[in-house]
Design a protein around this ligand. Structure first.
Ligand SMILES: *Cc1c(COP(=O)(O)O)cnc(C)c1O
Length: 389
């Protein structure tokens, strides 16, 4: 038996390795506190679950969904965009439900990449942008995200010959793993670049609804000309604590939506209807649900930032996203400090280099940990004596 090369080309999914280490500790009877994976601990809102209960009993929903989704879902998504960002999109041509943003991101690569083509991919970044590119036979040109550039790519540093060959650029703000945000002036520059080099822009806005201190992240589609050059991905996972239900959407350029529809209709059959009804309910819920939830995350952010600073790590409090991105102590690598926290504190964090080589020197702490566990973890951390590397 011979597997295709793509099977071995992919680095092991970051959390597989971490889960293995946690399991080994647990087998020894040790309680491990994890700031690892970003997966909301707060349950899906009750009204959303009620909608599932109700619509699950309705026999027509037991059959195949349509790949382009329920018209009511597309309408609810377009209304949500109008309310949230003040822009109108055509629910029938510019919106497509996804089996989570991850699915749409992975499949979108098949719409743009031919073997040998280039995708511009942020480093550090969510792994699916690069893996999707490789699965399609393409190659990644890494765009370093550096602290001194506010964790935004330096577009001028991309060589012209690379830019001219590139088919697509992946962006993600609020950003995983750095917690950085972007405003419309940055998106304006991205759109100029896209037009100059004929590149499609794929903006992953999975964290648009996870923000603090009253801050409201911008949509890429609010920037002038964005609809001509790109798509935006949303995830109900992070917005409405719905990771387990698998629901997201792509919104933007009609031709790109049509292309994604061709891929999806041949590889999957769309989102189960009952799950789409959950999404309609979520997107129509009062804003207070999101604000209260963000209040919980904000408190956790403040505590994590406070303790990171107490133990001497450099950290900027994020305005949005589910993550605190902290610089490891002088002389440590991401892996070495992660190892130290696990061995000495029984605490799991994610090493920054797991998101790309420019993530080296940082660790990521997720805020999706119940307050009691978080406090226990922070107490352990505060009690650690960090030896010189
Ligand atoms: C969590 C996450 C996703 C995946 O979202 P799903 O809708 O659950 O598939 C996509 N992009 C980023 C940056 C994420 O952190």
């Amino acid at each position: 038996m011979k597997f295709a090369s793509r099977i071995n080309k992919v680095p092991p999914y970051l959390f597989v390795e971490i889960s293995r280490k946690i399991a080994a500790k647990k087998a020894q009877g040790i309680e491990v506190i994890s700031f690892g994976i970003g997966d909301p601990d707060i349950p899906t809102p009750n009204n959303v679950i009620e909608k599932l209960r109700e619509t699950a009993l309705d026999a027509p929903n037991h059959r195949y969904p349509e790949t382009d989704g329920l018209p009511e879902f597309r309408k609810a998504a377009a209304d949500w965009y109008q309310r949230r960002f003040g822009i109108s999109v055509d629910p029938d041509k510019e919106v497509l439900p996804l089996i989570g943003a991850k699915e749409g991101i992975g499949h979108m690569a098949l719409c743009f990449i031919e073997p040998g083509d280039i995708a511009l991919v942020p480093d550090p970044g969510y792994p699916v942008y690069s893996v999707g590119t490789w699965f399609a036979g393409g190659e990644c040109h890494w765009m370093p995200l550096l602290e001194e550039n506010g964790w935004q790519p330096d577009l001028e540093a991309i060589p012209d010959e690379v830019a001219d060959k590139a088919r697509v650029m992946w962006l993600n703000y609020p950003n995983n793993p750095t917690g950085a945000t972007a405003e419309l002036d940055f998106f304006d520059k991205v759109i100029d670049f896209a037009k100059a080099h004929d590149i499609a822009i794929m903006h992953d806005a999975s964290y648009s609804e996870v923000a603090f201190d009253g801050y409201r992240p911008a949509s890429f589609l609010q920037a002038k000309g964005a609809m001509e050059v790109g798509l935006e991905f949303h995830s109900l996972s992070k917005s409405y604590n719905m990771t387990g239900w698998r629901l997201g959407m792509a919104v933007g350029n009609a031709e790109m939506i049509a292309a994604l529809m061709i891929i999806k209709s041949n590889l999957d059959s769309g989102v189960p209807n009952a799950v789409q009804y959950m999404g309609i309910e979520a997107m129509s819920s009062p804003r207070s649900m999101i604000d209260e939830r963000n209040g919980i995350y904000q408190h956790r952010r403040d505590r994590v930032v406070q303790v990171m600073r107490e133990i001497g790590l450099h950290v900027d409090p994020p305005k949005a996203s589910l993550y605190v991105w902290a610089r490891v102590p002088e002389g440590y690598s991401s892996a070495k400090f992660t190892e130290f926290l696990l061995e000495e504190g029984n605490i799991v964090v994610t090493p920054g280099n797991g998101y790309g080589k420019y993530g080296e020197g940082y660790i990521r702490l997720s805020l999706t940990i119940p307050d009691v566990d978080m406090e226990k973890g922070l107490e352990r951390m505060a009690g650690l004596k960090i030896p010189p590397a």
